[in-house]
Design a protein around this ligand. Structure first.
Ligand code: AMP
Ligand code: ZN
Length: 117
């Protein structure tokens, strides 16, 4: 728990959220400003600011856990076969606004192609 981190507060139950799925290592919540019919954030329980802050050991443990939960969520939402997009914004130029690592999962409609500058 990092006291000034909004996602740590959400994980700690200090800020309300809609929980969609959880595992030992990560929690999936509904994004407060959804960009698609299904828009979840898969958040590791451990506070890590961004991909750059993962240790090699974290990378081997946390990243697979994010994809495991995305797979479970896609099954639960019935979008696994139709398709879903996963996205991690890493750093300010990439559009990261919350500096607690998280993976977006977007689905439920045909995604627009293209996500460059
Ligand atoms: P990013 O721009 O990749 O850092 O994504 C941050 C995401 O967090 C955005 O899509 C926001 O809509 C979402 N977000 C911010 N605050 C909350 C919150 N309190 N509950 C759920 N999602 C949030
Ligand atoms: Zn945090």
């Amino acid at each position: 728990m990092t006291s000034d981190c909004i996602f740590c507060k959400i994980l700690d139950g200090k800020i309300p959220s809609t929980r969609l799925a959880e595992s030992d290592l990560a929690v999936a919540i509904a994004d407060i400003t959804p960009q698609a019919p299904v828009h979840a954030l898969i958040i590791p329980r451990k506070h890590v600011a961004s991909l750059n802050d993962l240790t090699a050991a974290d990378r081997r443990e946390i990243l697979p856990a994010l994809y495991d939960l995305a797979d479970q969520l896609a099954r639960d939402k019935g979008v696994r076969e139709t398709g879903y997009r996963t996205l991690i914004n890493n750093g300010e130029s990439a559009g990261q606004t919350v500096f607690h690592l998280h993976m977006h999962v977007l689905a439920g409609a045909k995604m627009k192609h293209g996500f460059g500058a």
